[in-house]
Design a protein around this ligand. Structure first.
Ligand SMILES: *[C@@H]1O[C@H](CO)[C@@H](O)[C@H](O)[C@H]1NC(C)=O
Ligand SMILES: *[C@@H]1O[C@H](CO)[C@@H](O)[C@H](O)[C@H]1NC(C)=O
Ligand SMILES: *[C@@H]1O[C@H](CO)[C@@H](O)[C@H](O)[C@H]1NC(C)=O
Ligand SMILES: *[C@@H]1O[C@H](CO)[C@@H](O)[C@H](O)[C@H]1NC(C)=O
Length: 494
C-alpha cells in the first residue's frame, strides 16, 4: 500500500448517493448527518492527503526527436520529472442529485526535471550533446471529481462517476542550455509535461477512490461491545443526500454475541428533525433512537448477565440472622446465628425511555435472601423491587456514556418461608443492594458507553447532547489527528 491508501480516506465523511426513488426502506436506529461544515472539513483533509500523495511523485520520462534549424536532428530526453509542490488556493464540495462533486481550481504546482540532448547533422557529423536541469510551473490546475455511494448489503460501495484534471497554464525555466532548446521544450514538450501531470493526478484519484472503496467494504458489520453484546453497524438504506447535508443510517441495535438474537418489532416512529434547528451548526450529528438502548437492555437481560450474588455489604451485620432476632424471630429460631447472602437478579428487561431531559430507566429486580447453613444455601424469602433511575448522557471520548442516579423505589415481599418480614429489613436490604451493588455496577458498565460510529483518527470535539424523544442527538465538530501516509486501514470505531 502506498500513500494513496489514505488519499481519499476522508471520503468516508463525504459519502454520497442520489436520492433515488424506489427502494426497500429498512429501519435505521442510528443516523449520522454530515453537514456542509462537516463536508467542507472532510474535503480539506482529503485535499491535503491528495496533495501529499502526489507530491514527489515522478512522471514518466519524455523523449522526442526534433528537427532543429542549424543544429539538425536532436534527440531530447526529459527525466526525473518530479512534482515538488502543489498549492491549492480554492476548492469546493457540492452535494447534488447524482453524487458529491469536489472541485479544485487554480491550483499551482512546481516541477523539477533533468534534460539532455544529443544532436547531429550532416553539417556537424561529430554531434553535440549537453545536459542540465529545468523547472516548470503549473499555474492553473483544475481538478474535479464526482462520486456516488450506494448501500450494498449493509456496506457502502463507493463509485467514481467522473473525474477530470486539466492543466491550463505551464511555464518552463531552463537552467543552462541553448535558446533553441528552450523553444523546443516549449513547443514540443510542454504539452507532454502537462498531460503527465494530468495523468499523475487522475491516477491518484482512481487509486484513492478504489482504496477507499476497499476500506468501506472492509468495515465490519458488527462491532463487539463486550463478551455479551455487539452493535449491528450494518448500513441500511442508501445514503440520503440533500443540498446541505448527507444522512447515513445504520441499523444500530444491539445483538447477542453467542446467539443470533434478532430483536423484532422495533419501529423508528417519529423522525429526527431537531438537528437542523441548532444555532451554530456542527460538523456531524449522530442520532440514537431509544430502541438502541432498549435492544441493549434486552440483549444483556436475555444473556442472563444481570444477576449477582451479594455476600458483602457495608453493614455486614445485615447478613447474619442474629441481627434480625428481634424483628424476625422465626428466622433466628430456625437458623440461629447463620450468615446470609443475597441473590439479586433483574427480573424483566429494563425499560428505557428518552425524555426531554434525560434517559429514564425502570428496572425490576428480585432479591432472594439466602441463609447459609451447614454448607447449604437455603432461600428463605424474596423481595421484589421496582425502581426508577435517571440516566444523564455524556460523551466520553468517542463514546456515548451515561451516569445513572436512583430516583425512587418501591418494594414488596414476593414470598417468604419465615413469615412476614419487617419493613425495616426490606428497606435496609433493598437500599443497600441498590446503592452498593446495582447502581455502582450499572454505572461501571454505562461509563464505558456505546461507541459512536466515528472512524479511527477522528475525535469528537465540543460535542453537545440534545434530548429529542425518542432520540438522543449528539452534535459535534470533529478533529483529525491521523497522519498522512498512515499505513493502516482504520477500524470502524475507536
Ligand atoms: C447513485 O446511487 C444511487 C443509489 O444510492 C443509484 O440509485 C444511482 O443510480 C446512482 N447514480 C449513478 C449515476 O450511478
Ligand atoms: C486565490 O483565489 C482568490 C479567489 O478565490 C484569488 O483572488 C487569488 O488571487 C488567488 N491566489 C492565487 C495565488 O492564485
Ligand atoms: C514554487 O516555487 C516558487 C519559487 O521557487 C515558490 O515561491 C512557490 O511557493 C513554489 N510553489 C508553488 C506551488 O508555486
Ligand atoms: C443487522 O442489521 C441489518 C440491517 O438492518 C439486518 O439485515 C441484519 O439482519 C442485522 N443482523 C443481525 C445479526 O441482526
Amino acid at each position: 500500500m502506498t500513500s494513496s491508501t489514505c488519499f481519499l480516506l476522508l471520503f468516508l465523511l463525504l459519502l454520497s448517493s442520489s436520492t433515488s426513488g424506489v427502494q426497500h426502506h429498512e429501519e435505521g436506529f442510528i443516523s449520522i448527518t454530515i453537514s456542509d461544515k462537516g463536508l467542507d472539513f472532510a474535503k480539506d483533509i482529503l485535499i491535503d492527503q491528495a496533495v501529499d500523495s502526489i507530491t514527489l511523485s515522478q512522471l514518466p520520462d519524455i523523449e522526442e526527436t526534433v528537427q532543429v534549424p542549424l543544429v539538425g536532428k536532436a534527440r531530447v530526453v526529459l527525466s526525473e520529472i518530479t512534482i515538488n509542490d502543489i498549492q491549492v488556493n480554492s476548492s469546493s464540495v457540492n452535494t447534488g442529485e447524482t453524487g458529491i462533486a469536489v472541485v479544485v481550481s487554480g491550483a499551482t504546482a512546481n516541477l523539477s526535471l533533468k534534460w539532455r540532448y544529443s544532436a547531429s547533422s550532416w553539417l556537424v557529423p561529430i554531434g553535440i550533446s549537453d545536459s542540465g536541469t529545468a523547472t516548470a510551473k503549473v499555474n492553473d490546475l483544475q481538478v474535479g471529481l464526482t462520486v456516488n455511494l450506494t448501500n450494498q448489503e449493509g456496506t457502502l460501495k463507493l463509485l467514481l462517476l467522473d473525474s477530470g484534471c486539466h492543466v491550463r497554464d505551464l511555464s518552463i525555466k531552463l537552467h543552462g542550455g541553448a535558446a533553441w532548446l528552450y523553444q523546443v521544450l516549449v513547443d514540443a514538450f510542454a504539452g507532454s509535461i502537462a498531460s503527465g501531470v494530468e495523468e499523475a493526478v487522475s491516477d491518484q484519484i482512481n487509486e484513492g477512490i478504489s482504496t477507499l472503496d476497499v476500506l468501506l467494504q472492509s468495515l465490519p458489520k458488527t462491532y463487539p461491545i463486550d463478551e455479551t453484546a455487539a452493535l449491528n453497524v450494518s448500513f441500511v438504506n442508501n445514503p440520503e443526500l440533500s443540498d446541505s447535508a448527507i444522512e447515513l443510517e445504520i441499523n444500530g441495535l444491539f445483538i447477542g454475541r453467542n446467539e443470533i438474537l434478532s430483536p423484532q418489532g422495533y419501529h423508528r416512529g417519529s423522525d429526527v428533525s431537531v438537528s437542523r434547528a441548532n444555532p451554530s451548526p456542527k460538523m456531524i450529528t449522530i442520532s440514537l433512537h431509544e430502541n438502541v438502548f432498549k435492544s441493549g437492555s434486552l440483549v444483556y437481560f436475555t444473556a442472563d448477565t444481570l444477576k449477582w450474588t451479594v455476600d458483602e455489604l457495608p453493614d455486614q451485620n445485615l447478613l447474619n440472622t442474629a441481627e434480625w432476632r428481634f424483628l424476625i424471630p422465626q428466622l433466628y429460631k430456625q437458623y440461629p446465628n447463620d450468615d446470609m447472602n443475597l441473590d439479586v437478579f433483574v427480573s424483566s428487561p429494563p425499560d428505557i425511555q428518552v425524555t426531554n431531559k434525560d434517559v429514564g430507566v425502570q428496572i425490576s429486580i428480585d432479591i432472594i435472601l439466602n441463609v447459609l447453613e451447614a454448607g447449604e444455601v437455603v432461600p428463605v424469602a424474596c423481595i421484589s423491587v421496582d425502581f426508577s433511575a435517571s440516566c444523564a448522557a455524556e460523551i466520553i471520548g468517542n463514546n456515548l456514556a451515561g451516569w445513572l442516579k436512583l430516583k425512587k423505589f418501591s418494594t414488596y415481599l414476593k414470598w417468604s418461608k419465615i413469615g412476614k418480614l419487617h419493613v425495616n429489613l426490606i428497606q435496609s436490604v433493598t437500599s443497600a443492594v441498590l446503592k452498593t451493588v446495582l447502581i455502582p455496577y450499572l454505572n461501571s458498565q454505562l461509563v464505558r458507553g456505546i461507541p459512536l460510529p466515528i472512524l479511527n483518527d477522528f475525535a469528537l470535539e465540543n460535542a453537545r447532547i440534545l434530548y429529542a424523544p425518542p432520540w438522543i442527538t449528539v452534535s459535534s465538530d470533529v478533529s483529525f489527528f491521523g497522519h498522512y501516509h498512515h499505513k493502516h486501514l482504520p477500524a470502524y470505531v475507536s
